[in-house]
Design a binder for this molecule. Structure first.
Ligand code: PAF
Length: 313
């Protein structure tokens, strides 16, 4: 069957596979079908841990729009959880996820068992996220980014067009901007290890009142979800000051968080969007110029929330 590049089929059950061999065969078959005579095909990968919400749907929709063949992986990667309880209670909702992906037009869902990803148990050879991986989220979740890089490195390999594929392929992988530090590290991984993939980032999806969507939001009580809006409100306030080229007076933020006893602020920093180096010189009490990214993390009950907002674009 020829897959049209203009109108990918929606509401068709995606093929669900669990092994690397099945994935490679399915990808090759679809790429060959998608390539019209003489031209190549495009292949998109959206790595996820499942428990899909509208934020993921927007990632999948973007990837669907730009690629002939779309693979979505669902794998809850224990290596990136530094807290066993958090890993165990992470929602596993494969059937519902596959339904969402059918509506979103995914071609292949790769939902491997643990031994398919880590055949020898925990990997002996490890990726080290370095200094960049040990600040911000890395400071409170030691090992998180090393574990994230381990699985992303694997998934990028596994979802690549197999060497036997006879058509030229353009390969793209999609990640959400909500995990800004993750995105910077994945860009470095791809650059440092010369992966033949374009990393594409997709904007944060928020509720109408500003809470960034996350699979963990379902663990917030309505009161906690309401209190958590302080994150968006404070970022928006600072963005307003940046747009007016006023000093940002970031310390005001602490006061606003102090008024929300349900929310415990971990960090609220302005950083360079590409390197995540702090831009302290450009934000405290001089008019803001240039570009920056606000990075925020806060604890609300048992739930850690992260968010970010670009300034100066
Ligand atoms: O962002 C996520 O959901 C995960 O960190 C990822 C990229 C799927 C790796 O497990």
């Amino acid at each position: 069957m020829l897959v049209s590049k203009d109108a990918p089929e929606r509401n068709r059950q995606p093929l669900v596979v669990g092994t690397a061999a099945e994935l490679a065969a399915a990808i090759e078959e679809r790429l060959v079908a998608a390539a019209s005579s003489g031209s190549g095909a495009t292949l998109g990968l959206v790595p996820t841990m499942g428990a899909l919400h509208s934020g993921h749907e927007s990632l999948v929709a973007t990837a669907r729009e730009h690629n002939d063949v779309l693979v979505v992986s669902i794998f809850v990667n224990e290596l990136q959880f530094n807290d066993t309880a958090d890993f165990e209670r992470y929602p596993r909702t494969l059937d519902a996820d596959v339904e969402i992906l059918a509506r979103a037009g995914a071609d292949i869902v790769f939902a491997p068992p643990v031994h398919e990803i880590y055949p020898g148990g925990r990997p002996l050879v490890k990726l080290d996220s370095g200094e960049l991986g040990s600040k911000f989220e890395g400071a409170s979740r030691p090992g998180h980014f090393d574990g994230m890089l381990a699985v992303v490195a694997k998934l990028l390999h596994l979802a690549m067009a197999p060497a036997s594929c006879p058509v030229p392929v353009k390969y793209r992988a999609y990640f959400g901007q909500k995990d800004a530090q993750q995105l910077v590290l994945i860009n470095r991984l791809v650059k440092d290890l010369n992966y033949p993939v374009d990393v594409c980032s997709v904007p944060i999806v928020r509720t109408a009142d500003g809470l960034a969507l996350s699979s963990r939001n379902q663990f917030l009580t309505p009161e906690q979800a309401e209190a958590a809006l302080v994150i968006y409100r404070t970022m928006d306030m600072i963005k307003g000051r940046a747009e007016n080229h006023e000093p940002l007076f970031l310390d005001d933020v602490v006061e606003l968080f102090d008024r929300e006893p349900l929310v415990e602020l971990d960090y609220f920093e302005l950083v360079d969007p590409d390197t995540l180096v702090e831009l302290a010189f450009n934000c405290r009490d001089t008019p803001f110029t240039g570009e920056g990214l606000l990075l925020v993390a806060a604890q609300v009950g048992n739930v850690r929330l992260i968010d970010n907002m670009p300034l100066g674009y």
